[in-house]
Design a protein around this ligand. Structure first.
Ligand code: SF4
Length: 249
């Protein structure tokens, strides 16, 4: 039976999809973003001292279904995130099927750095997808995350052509992708992809204490958190290129 390692189940989340949701944080990620707020999620196996829970699909559904009254009342559901949920596609597909049998809405949050075959199969199985684009430029994407963006751009294009509702998310990171030249670069690439709407996620320091606890170097130590107003120029540049903007998740 398929099993997956989950490092956190966050109940009553209101940031990652409609209504009240439970976020399922899968262990393991194939990117290494310097600003990551969940550094403990990156290795396939948990770091020393970090605890994860190994779930089968029925065991995870049994936990998630406890909050179904809240999902139903609020138009919410479950959001699969991480780490990178798409690194465990067979588990995710089985989980989507089981949650749908219980009438539970499923969203996924992904960096989309997986094969097009895996991406397409999982996108077809969820009800909504949030897809990150950290940088429009391949070399700078690689410098910030450890991987290039060509595969991610292909997957985003395919998602935006597909039937599952999807939105591109851009984490706005000081000094990485927040210059005026970057706004124009994102606008061009998003227009080429056919994106009509994006979410901008202002940089925050919420992961800082985890880096300290894990004794890991934090590249954004002391960097100022961005407020919504700090990214209004970015937002205006995208809007003037014909792309609707939501700020925050
Ligand atoms: S993709 Fe997300 S979870 Fe993975 S390293 Fe980047 S910020 Fe962290």
């Amino acid at each position: 039976m398929e099993q997956a390692q989950v490092f956190n189940l966050q109940k009553f989340s209101i940031h990652d999809g409609a209504g009240i949701r439970t976020d399922v944080f899968f262990q393991g990620c194939n990117l290494r973003c310097g600003w990551c707020s969940n550094p403990e999620s990156q290795p396939k196996e948990p770091l020393p001292g970090e605890t994860v829970t190994t779930y089968t699909v029925p065991a995870l559904v049994a936990e998630l279904i406890k909050d179904k009254p809240f999902y139903d009342e609020s138009g919410g559901g479950v959001t699969l995130t991480g780490g990178e949920a798409l690194l465990q596609p067979e588990f995710v597909l089985a989980l989507c099927e089981a949650l749908h049998q219980e009438g539970i809405h499923v969203a996924i949050e992904t960096a989309a750095y997986v094969s097009e075959e895996v991406f397409t199969r999982v996108l077809a199985a969820v009800d909504f997808a949030y897809i990150d684009l950290k940088h429009y430029d391949d070399a700078r994407h690689r410098a910030g995350t450890g991987v290039g963006n060509a595969l991610i751009l292909r997957n985003i294009a395919s998602a935006l052509r597909g039937k599952t509702p999807a939105i591109v998310r851009i984490p706005v990171i000081p000094g990485f992708n927040d210059s005026e030249a970057d706004f124009d670069g994102f606008a061009k690439v998003l227009n080429n992809l056919g994106a009509k709407e994006v979410q901008l996620l202002p940089f925050h320091q919420l992961g800082e204490s985890k880096y300290k606890r894990l004794k890991l170097a934090y590249a954004y130590d002391g960097k100022k958190q961005l407020r919504d107003g700090d990214i209004s120029t970015f937002s205006a540049a995208l809007e003037s290129a014909g792309i609707r903007v939501q700020i925050g998740g």
